[in-house]
Design a protein around this ligand. Structure first.
Ligand code: FPP
Length: 244
């Protein structure tokens, strides 16, 4: 197998940061007469495959929308099953992820998560912080508007305390106050299941990302679908508002 660094030198190089809205677990299950949680369980298998595929393709950052702030409105039983799956994933996978060189990070409102999940997240971040093969960012209890609001509050506090001059507030200052501070913006956003929305995901950061919407439901999403989406990304002409 090629080393990660040699993959990153391939032409064309892979997108540095791929972000995925994993959608369609419920419909996958309903279509088979199974419970929604079975769909989420299969969705977790897909996460494993996509992490492996991302490392093989030389992607540096993979951000997965695991649980949105709006998902707290789902029935208590589904939330509790999703949180159970997350516990399972964190307990079972950390060792293997660490061995594969994956650095794990989490964005989103931690105070809304159960204490034991916060501890698992903190342990995962600490244990994997030296890894460089792939940065796996999981958005949990995450909402972009809430993230931007918190950033504005934090900037305002610094201005009020005299630590920051308001004339120096620019895009870099705002980015540095987001939870993704220090990470590159996504180059490619993939949403599965045929829906074509951003759903409060990384609103600031996706300003220039290529958006690829595919009909496949998340539990059926494969490493080949990931490669197809990346090929589609390569066919796009990224101009950032300039002429060709
Ligand atoms: C969207 O499907 C999916 C979710 C709300 C949760 C995603 C969770 C997983 C893939 C499980 C494990 C996650 C991690 C990070 C280990 P949906 O329920 O909205 O599907 P529907 O639109 O068909 O109802």
């Amino acid at each position: 197998m090629k080393s990660v660094s040699s993959l990153r030198e391939t032409t064309p190089p892979p997108p540095v940061h791929v972000a995925i809205i994993m959608d369609g677990n419920g419909r996958w299950a309903q279509g088979r007469g199974r419970s929604r949680i079975e769909g989420h369980r299969r969705g977790m298998e897909t996460v494993r495959e996509v992490v492996k595929g991302s490392i093989e393709l030389g992607v540096e950052y993979l951000t997965l929308y695991g649980f949105s702030i709006e998902n707290w409105k789902r029935p208590a039983a589904e939330i509790s099953s999703l949180m159970g799956l997350l516990r399972l994933y964190l307990r079972q996978e950390i060792k293997a992820l660490d061995q594969r060189g994956v650095r794990m990070r989490f964005i989103g409102q931690r105070p809304l998560l159960a204490d034991d999940i916060v501890s698992l997240i903190e342990e995962a971040e600490e244990q994997t912080k030296g890894n460089t093969a792939l940065n796996l960012v999981v958005a949990l209890s995450y909402g972009a508007r809430q993230e931007i609001t918190a950033a504005v509050q934090s900037v305002a506090r610094r201005v009020a305390s005299g630590e920051l001059d308001d004339s120096t507030i620019d895009e870099t200052v705002i980015s540095q106050h987001l939870e993704t501070a220090g990470m590159p913006d996504p180059d490619l956003v993939i949403r599965t299941s045929g829906e074509q929305r951003i759903s409060n995901f990384l609103l600031w950061q996706v300003a220039y990302a290529e958006l690829v919407f595919i009909d496949t439901l998340w539990p059926d999403f494969s490493q080949e679908d990931l490669r197809d989406a990346i090929n589609e990304y390569h066919r796009r002409d990224r101009r950032y508002g300039a002429t060709g």
